[in-house]
Each structure stands twice: as C-alpha cells, then as structure tokens.
Design a protein. Structure first.
Length: 391
C-alpha cells in the first residue's frame, strides 16, 4: 500500500500547517472507501451461510483494487493532476462487482456513491452531476432493493430506499468537492505568500544593483578617464601626471567608502524583525513560542551576531528535535549580551551540537563570545557576547 499511496501514510518529522491540512483533506476525501467496506461487510454479515466462496474472494479482491484506485484518484485531485485511467478502470470495476455479487442496495450498492464521491473531484460541475446521477442509476438498476442491515428496510419501504440512496449518491460528491475547494483556496494563498517572498527578494536585488550602479558607475568612469590622461602626460609632464594619479587615488577611496556605506545595510539586520520572523516559523511548525527582548537598543554588529545565533537555533529545533514549545530570551546585563533558546525537544537532539553550532562558536569567538549547549530535561542553546567594541 505504501508503494501505491505513499503520501497518505504518516511519516515522522515536523510538518507545517499546510502539510497537515493537505493530509487531513486526503483522509477526509477517501471517506467513500470506508463507506463501501462497511456496507459490504454489513451485507455479508446479514447473508451468513448463503455466501458463495468464489464470488466472495473475487469480490474482496475487487474491493481492495477499488480502494487503491479510489485513493489514487483522491491524491490526484489534491495534487491538481489528472487520473483518467483510474476513473475509467474504477467505473468498470464497480459495474463488474455489482453484476458479480448481486448484493443489496445498501451493501455492495454503496460502491456507486463511493465511486461518484471520488471522481467528482476531477470533473467539472456538469461532469460531476452526470457522474453522480449515472452512479445512482447504475446502483439502482444493478442491485435489488430488499432488506438492508443499515436501515432495516422492509419490502414496502423500497421507495424510501430509492430516495435515500439517490440523495446519498448525489450529495456525497458535492460535499467532497467543497472540501477540495477549501484546500485549493489554502494552497493558492500559500503559493501567493511564496510568490510575494520571491518578489520581495527580486525587488531588493534590483534596488541593490541600481544603487551599486549609481555609486560606482560615475567613480569608475572618472578613474578610467583620469588614468588615461595620466598615461598620456607621463612622458610630457610628469608633475601633472602625478597630480592626476593622486586624484585617481582619491576617487578610488571615495568609491570604496560609498560601496561600504551601501553594503552596510545588507550586513546588519533588524534583530526584532529577525526574532519575530523566527518565532513565526516555529509557530507555523506547531511549536509554541515565547519571546523576551531587551528594552535597550542593540548595536548593529551585535544584532547581526545574535541573528545568526537565532537562525542556527531555529534550524536545530526544526530539523533535530521534536519540540512542542520554545523560549527565546535576549538580555543585556553586566556588559554582556546573552541569548538563550530553550526547547523541550532534547530527545531529538541528543544534547549534542552539530557542525552549524561549531561554526557559530568560531564566529562568536572572534569577538570574545561563546556558545554552550545542554540542559537537564530541556535543550538549551546559550550565546554570550561582550558588549565592548559593539557600540
């Protein structure tokens, strides 16, 4: 079953809210399969000793194949792909099982509404109506109405059985279509957020390229012109050539200063924004977060270092732990900045630091800082950085 429907079965690890919604949508949309199984097993229990072995075995094998096809159709609908072969094969299989088993309307006959509830997900509105009505008619024509264990119908209640069966076959597909529509709205919103993030990155790159062109273009052009003039004057008037080269040196230094000024905004970060961003990422993964920040202004260089610590700590929580809660605290006291990230997923990390933490320790060591990990019953990442030289 895992080979046929691998995405349906749960896997270990953290999942986002969107991924959990996708899986719950798949499970809810395959509700037609349990309905069919329940009806068939209930019908078999009522039949008792009158069951023939060969039709029973063939029916069970066909029911298993129908369930697999049904799940594949649902998966295709959720993924937004086609499953035309599965629709045709499952329809033929339903007709064959109804003809073979000759079961009651509310036992084997429930295969028809189960089929309609799945294929309607891949069809248009008119197509869904046609599939629902066609499945209801096929079920009514190919199965007798007699007594059924699900509703305890008698012979004179056949009209009620027909109406109830018809309504079930028609309403169930549209219930599933509404559930699928809700998932598609959420997926579209998620793709919109991703596109917005990519657009923001692209706009920032364009802004930086424009700034760099405006800052460096004029300076480099002036340097090139004055260098050519100095070359021509070197054999005629050495003094003027030296003066031109002094101006070239001044222009080069000014250009370098302007570049550093432009790049400084990319090398420093807004620590508050970074903390809120990491908190949002953790909460999106189902981890409750508490955040404690200092009232004092954090120097730009210190904010950049602390942001690296938060990013690495968040990565460790998401990848290497099974945490359900996390606390992030930043404090400035006694001339030292202290950042602590504590989570209850110590079993997932084993209390050991990876290569990311080792690289982080080396980065902080260059400014006299240190990183420690550990904890009793919890995993704690603690970074200390002296404030001296950070102002």
């Amino acid at each position: 079953m895992r080979r046929f429907v691998p995405s349906v079965f749960l896997r270990r690890g953290k999942r986002s809210n969107v991924e959990r919604l996708r899986r719950s949508t798949v499970w809810s949309l395959i509700g037609g399969a349990p309905l069919a199984w329940f009806g068939v097993l209930a019908g078999l229990a009522e039949s008792g000793a009158r069951i023939s072995i060969v039709p029973l075995v063939l029916g069970m094998l066909g029911l298993v194949a129908f369930t697999v096809l049904l799940v594949r159709i649902v998966r295709a609908a959720v993924a937004g792909t086609a499953a035309n072969r599965e629709i045709v094969v499952s329809a033929a299989l339903v007709v064959a099982l109804l003809l073979l088993e000759k079961g009651q309307l509310w036992s084997w006959g429930l295969l028809a509404p189960a089929w309609a509830s799945a294929v309607a997900l891949l069809l248009s509105g008119p197509g869904s109506i046609a599939a629902s009505v066609g499945a209801a008619v096929a079920g009514l024509l190919l199965t007798p109405l007699g007594g059924g264990v699900l509703v305890g119908l008698s012979t004179e209640d056949s009209r009620l059985a027909v109406v109830g069966y018809f309504l079930t076959t028609v309403i169930l597909p549209w219930t599933n279509r509404f559930q699928l529509w809700f998932w598609q709205v959420v997926r579209a919103a998620e793709k919109g957020k991703e596109a917005q993030a990519r657009l923001a990155v692209t706009e920032e790159r364009l802004r930086f390229s424009r700034d760099l062109h405006d800052l460096v273009g004029h300076s480099l052009s002036a340097i090139a012109v004055k260098s050519e003039v100095a070359v021509k004057l070197s054999s005629v008037d050495a003094g003027r050539a030296v003066a031109e080269m002094d101006e070239v040196r001044g222009l080069a230094r000014q250009a370098l200063k302007e570049i550093r000024t432009a790049v400084r905004g990319y090398r420093t970060v807004d620590l508050d924004a970074e903390l809120r961003s990491m908190t949002a990422v953790l909460e999106a993964a189902g981890i409750r977060c508490t955040l404690e920040t200092p009232r004092e202004r954090v120097p730009d260089e210190l904010a950049t270092l602390l942001a690296w610590v938060v990013r690495e700590g968040t990565t460790n929580v998401l990848r290497h732990s099974s945490a359900t809660r996390c606390r992030i605290a930043v404090a400035l006291r006694d001339g030292t900045a202290v950042l602590e990230m504590t989570n209850d997923g110590v079993a997932g990390t084993g209390g050991r630091g990876g290569t990311g933490l080792a690289g982080l320790s080396e980065r902080l060591a260059t400014v006299g800082g240190a990183v420690t990990v550990g904890g009793d019953g919890e995993f704690r990442l603690r970074a200390t950085i002296p404030l001296e030289g950070m102002r």
